[in-house]
Design a protein around this ligand. Structure first.
Ligand SMILES: *Cc1c(COP(=O)(O)O)cnc(C)c1O
Length: 378
């Protein structure tokens, strides 16, 4: 059937010769657009476009990589067991219920491939992380977008969109690019409102940064419920974005399913070694949290003093809203900053056409961007 279908399709579309075609839906996916890494004229003074840490990487993690680099001819431990044990130790989790991936993006994709297919629906939020949309569509399922209230996940809006076809709900908590979060009571209410066969995925990529008494990253629910799964990353507070390392924690039956479909060596030896050292370096994490605790409020108030509106953030980034008047729009601010080597992130593809997202940077980066924006607003 396939050959004939391909030929017919080619004839219908006027293509001269048959060629392989992706399955239905693949070409409807908008490829992920990463943050720019260079300013205008190829010059970058401060890269603040991807929520990376300004503190680099733990020295212990860098040292661990040097050791592994002497044996790149060997396959990694396919089960990443030492890394899972280290994560388990530090976070107080059973390593048997942890899976590692090439970034948490891979874990999110594995969840979609394992649990979604054509005819299924998966819900994510209006300004939610776009990787969910890609993962859902790539699995052949249909994304359903729940509106937010005040740029924050709206539990009732999600619950109102659950149908017989719903198989999964993705929540980033805190969310990127808004920086807002859902208190634990609300996450619990969402979980209680979902049918038992719907998997609730809690993406806590920024969980380590949050300093709120009513926040819980998802460990508690993922440890006790049969349908809750938490994802985490080494890309943000641990400063290992380039190595592609993330992990997930959830019920044993979900881990079992994901292990059956993941690549046998999906995490490299270099990433494993760096991850073990990084997760054990609590001093580095504490310094990163302190840095953020100091500069997140500073940035927020300095930007507000310029007359800009900033969405209250609990992550390591801020969402800056621009006034509508001529020449003071987010795209113009972005161009102005790029010209000066400061790379922020336009978030029009997140439904926020007049906002810029900025990572909390070094002291120099934060002061420089505020000074440039002051000049820009004139
Ligand atoms: C940065 C980020 C991640 C991390 O992705 P990795 O693949 O682990 O680098 C996951 N979720 C959200 C919401 C993020 O912003």
């Amino acid at each position: 059937m396939n050959e004939i279908a391909t030929v017919t399709q080619a004839q219908e579309t006027g293509t001269a010769r048959p060629r392989p075609r992706p399955r239905a839906g693949v070409l409807d996916i908008a490829a992920y657009v990463p943050g720019k890494s260079k300013g205008s004229h190829g010059k970058t003074v401060h890269k603040l476009s991807s929520n990376e840490t300004p503190l680099g990487t733990s020295a212990a993690a860098r040292a661990a990589i040097e050791d592994v680099a002497r044996h790149l001819e060997l396959y990694p431990d396919g089960s990443a067991s030492e890394l899972r044990s280290a994560i388990g130790d530090v976070y107080g989790l059973n390593p048997e219920r942890i899976i590692c991936g090439a970034g948490s993006d891979e874990v999110l994709s594995l969840l979609a491939y394992g649990y979604l297919g054509p005819g299924d629906e998966a819900i994510y939020c209006e300004h939610g992380f776009l990787v969910y949309d890609i993962a859902i569509r790539a699995a052949g399922a249909t994304p359903v977008v729940a509106p937010e209230t005040g740029l924050t996940t709206d539990v009732d809006a999600i619950l109102a969109r659950v149908t017989d076809k719903t198989k999964m709900v993705f929540i980033a908590n805190p969310n990127n690019p808004t920086g807002t979060y859902l208190p634990f009571e609300e996450v619990r209410r969402l979980h209680e409102g979902l049918p038992a066969d719907v998997l609730l995925v809690l993406d806590a990529a920024y969980g380590e940064y949050v300093r709120r008494n009513d926040y819980e990253s998802g460990i508690e629910l993922a440890a006790t419920a049969d349908n809750v799964f938490m994802t985490r990353t080494f890309s943000k507070i641990y400063g290992l974005a380039s190595l592609r390392l993330g992990w997930g924690f959830g019920p044993a039956h979900v881990i079992d399913a994901l292990n059956r479909i993941r690549g046998p060596f999906n995490v490299s030896s270099v990433a494993i070694a760096a991850g073990i050292a990084a997760v054990r370096d609590r001093e580095f994490v504490a310094l990163s949290v302190d840095h953020n605790d100091k500069w997140l409020p500073w940035l927020t108030s300095e930007l507000e003093k310029l007359g800009l509106r900033v969405t209250p953030s609990v992550g390591n980034f801020v969402l800056i809203h621009f006034p509508e008047e001529d020449g003071k729009r987010a795209v113009d601010a972005d161009a102005y900053l790029l010209e000066r080597g400061c790379v922020l992130r336009l978030v029009g593809n997140y439904g926020l056409p007049n906002a810029l997202r900025m990572s909390v940077g070094s002291e120099d980066a934060n002061r420089t961007v505020v000074a440039h924006l002051k000049d820009f607003l004139g």
